[in-house]
Design a protein around this ligand. Sequence first.
Ligand SMILES: CC[C@@H](C(=O)O)C(=O)SCCNC(=O)CCNC(=O)[C@H](O)C(C)(C)COP(=O)(O)OP(=O)(O)OC[C@H]1O[C@@H](n2cnc3c(N)ncnc32)[C@H](O)[C@@H]1OP(=O)(O)O
Ligand SMILES: [Co+2]
Length: 140
Amino acid sequence: MKIGRLNHVGVATPSIEDSIRLYRDFLGATKIHEPFDLPEQGVRVCFVDVPNSQIELIEPLGADSPVHGFLAKSPKGGQHHVCFEVPDIIAARDELLAKGATVLRGGEPRIGAHGVPVIFVHPKDMGGVLIELMAEPEHH
Ligand SMILES: CC[C@@H](C(=O)O)C(=O)SCCNC(=O)CCNC(=O)[C@H](O)C(C)(C)COP(=O)(O)OP(=O)(O)OC[C@H]1O[C@@H](n2cnc3c(N)ncnc32)[C@H](O)[C@@H]1OP(=O)(O)O
Ligand SMILES: [Co+2]
């Protein structure tokens, strides 16, 4: 597999509204998308556009959210994952599994916030960084 474009940096937060204020008022972000719920992923999401990528603000949604554990350790939030595009998500998943990586949730891709399939690689296999891989959106 070959790592592609950095699609977004995930930032966990206890409050998307508070984080929007930080990116808008401290850092001057101007293109901030409307937050929306992704119940099947257990998160509420808000994208903040920057010139070459996006910040994905994620707030836990529901009792089973994968973000609860992270926020229990870092209650104020913090950098949670980085997401790279790959041309073929199934080929990437199979290659990672063959190399011994732990692909989360059984390696079954789910539809992510951009409407394309995503998988996650456990941070213990990636130097402490949770990696999200997503299928390249069609418009690139
Ligand atoms: C919006 C949809 C989608 C998109 O389209 O962009 C998203 O991005 S959704 C984002 C949220 N979803 C996910 O993160 C799904 C995958 N994640 C998981 O399944 C879990 O979060 C996890 C990675 C398995 C962690 O589970 P958790 O129960 O919180 O922790 P563990 O006890 O299993 O932790 C083991 C170990 O890993 C460390 N850890 C946990 N989270 C992270 C992290 N985000 N970055 C770095 N390290 C992390 C944790 O601290 C433990 O470390 P040790 O104590 O040293 O063992
Ligand atoms: Co993400």
